[in-house]
Structures are given as C-alpha cells and as structure tokens.
Write a protein that binds this ligand. Structure first.
Ligand SMILES: Nc1ncnc2c1ncn2[C@@H]1O[C@H](COP(=O)(O)OP(=O)(O)OP(=O)(O)O)[C@@H](O)[C@H]1O
Length: 246
C-alpha cells in the first residue's frame, strides 16, 4: 500500500532520514517505534506531505501510495486519501457536525440529508456517535479530551481516506480513552491502512500487525510485531526493547 524507497530527508543541513526502504501493507496496522528524534514523525509526515509546510526541507528517494508517487500528486487530493490524526486533539472551533463536514464540504456541495448521513457514519466509525448524538450542534471543543480525539478521527474518516496516519494519538489521553482509540485502530484497519507512531511499546504489541524500529534516522528492523518483540534480529532493536537505551 505504501512503498518507501531509499527515502532521505534533510531539514536544512541536518539529515533526519537516511535512506529508508519500507513496505507498509494494506489494511493492517503498522507501528513506528524508536527513541525520541529518530525520525518516526518525519517519515509519517512525509507520507501525506505535511513536510511541505516546513521551510528548508529537501528529500530524495520515493514514497508511493497505491502505486502513486506522493510528491507528484496534488497535495490536497493526497491529504484526502491519506488522513492524519495528531498527538493533541485539535477540533476546529466549530460545532461537532461542522467539524465532521469540514472536509466533505471543501470537496463538493453536501445536501442536508447527505450531511446527516456522513456525520452519523463517521461518528459511528469513530465509536463516538452515542456519546454526542444529542449535541451535534454544540462546539467540538466542549467535550472531553478523549472524545475530542475520537472527533478528530471521525473528521479524518469523513472524507473516506484509504490511509490513516496517527502520530502518538493516545499520548495525551487517559487509559480508558486510550483503550477506545486502540480498539478503533483495530476496527479501522479492516478497511483502511493505519500507520501509528507510538512511544508505548505495549500499545504496539496490542494494535500493530507489523512494527518498524527506527534509530538515528535509519530503519533498523521491520517485521511482524510478535516476531520483532520476541525475536529481534538486530542487536539495537533488542537493546531498545529491553530498555537499554532510549
Ligand atoms: N521542523 C524541523 N526543523 C529542524 N529539525 C527538525 C524539524 N522537525 C524535526 N526535526 C529533527 O529531525 C529529527 C527527527 O525528528 P522527528 O520528530 O521525526 O523524530 P521522532 O522520532 O518522531 O521523535 P519524537 O518521538 O520525539 O516525536 C530530530 O532530530 C528533530 O530534532
């Protein structure tokens, strides 16, 4: 689904990614793990060209999603197909309904009936509908942090992305909300490809089919999560997993 080939990225003179080659399979959850600053978020953000917003960024190599070179794609179309959820919930200062319909309305005219359907489906897919169905016209900022994060996931789902990129999506959440978002990742991956950056190794073992371990801008090792955790092939992976650094 996502094919990364010898991808290198520099912020000015600093090389943050040093030739990453990785295949992310379709309709699975892939976790990126590794110590702070090793380039996980940089690679995630390159996948939907969020890196375009940073001045002085240069890259080489390629990233293709479903066979299409992301850097040759229209960035707005790309970000519809490849949604993103961030560490801190960031609902727009709009009603819950208008948060969900923000993306679809930028693409086309949405009738009231169609809008209602998109709102309900997206909120159901994000496991939030029952909790907010009576307050759809209230502000998206007026719900709990965990609900806000699921609202942001619903907002990302409203444009029906093929890929959902999640950058430490539970690090600001309590354990119950974390559990809900993890269940969500598993159910979303039935129809979508999910890539999640996480510092929580238990989370990787709970949700990810495959895990990729990064260190100092390199991909050290990637494989089925169970195998990577139980039988890492590289010494650096083993040392990281056993807490010897990072
Ligand atoms: N906008 C930027 N300008 C300059 N350097 C940056 C920028 N963003 C990230 N970097 C640097 O690139 C490297 C990789 O950062 P990145 O955020 O991708 O790491 P990470 O593995 O996601 O870290 P964390 O787990 O702490 O979020 C780091 O050394 C970081 O300081």
């Amino acid at each position: 689904m996502i094919s990364v080939e010898n991808f290198k990225l520099w912020y000015g003179d600093f090389q943050a990614l040093k030739g990453i080659t990785l295949e992310v399979p379709k309709n699975q959850v892939t976790a990126f793990i590794g110590p702070s600053g090793c380039g996980k978020s940089t690679l995630l953000r390159a996948m939907n060209r969020m890196c375009d917003f940073v001045g002085g960024v240069r890259h080489e190599g390629s990233i293709a999603i479903d066979g299409r070179d992301v850097f040759a794609s229209d960035p707005n179309e790309l970000r519809v197909a490849v949604g993103m959820v961030f560490q801190h919930p960031n609902p727009f200062p709009l009603s819950i309904r208008d948060n969900i319909l923000y993306g679809p309305r930028r693409m086309r005219r949405i009738s009231k009936a169609e809008g209602d359907e998109i709102v309900e489906c997206s909120l159901r897919d994000a496991g939030l509908f029952d909790e907010v169905k009576d307050k759809l016209d209230q502000s998206g900022l007026g719900i709990s942090g965990g609900q806000q994060q699921r609202l942001c996931i619903a907002r990302a789902l409203a444009v029906d992305p093929q890929v959902l990129l999640m950058d430490e999506p539970t690090s600001a959440l309590d354990p119950i909300s974390t559990g809900l978002v993890e269940e969500l990742m598993l159910s979303l991956a039935r129809e979508r490809t999910v890539v999640v950056v996480t510092h929580n190794m238990q989370q990787a073992t709970r949700v990810a089919d495959r895990t990729a371990f990064f260190y100092l801008g390199e991909l050290v090792e990637e494989g089925p999560t169970k195998r990577l955790f139980s039988d890492p092939r590289e010494q650096r992976t083993q040392e990281y997993l056993t807490g010897r650094f990072g």
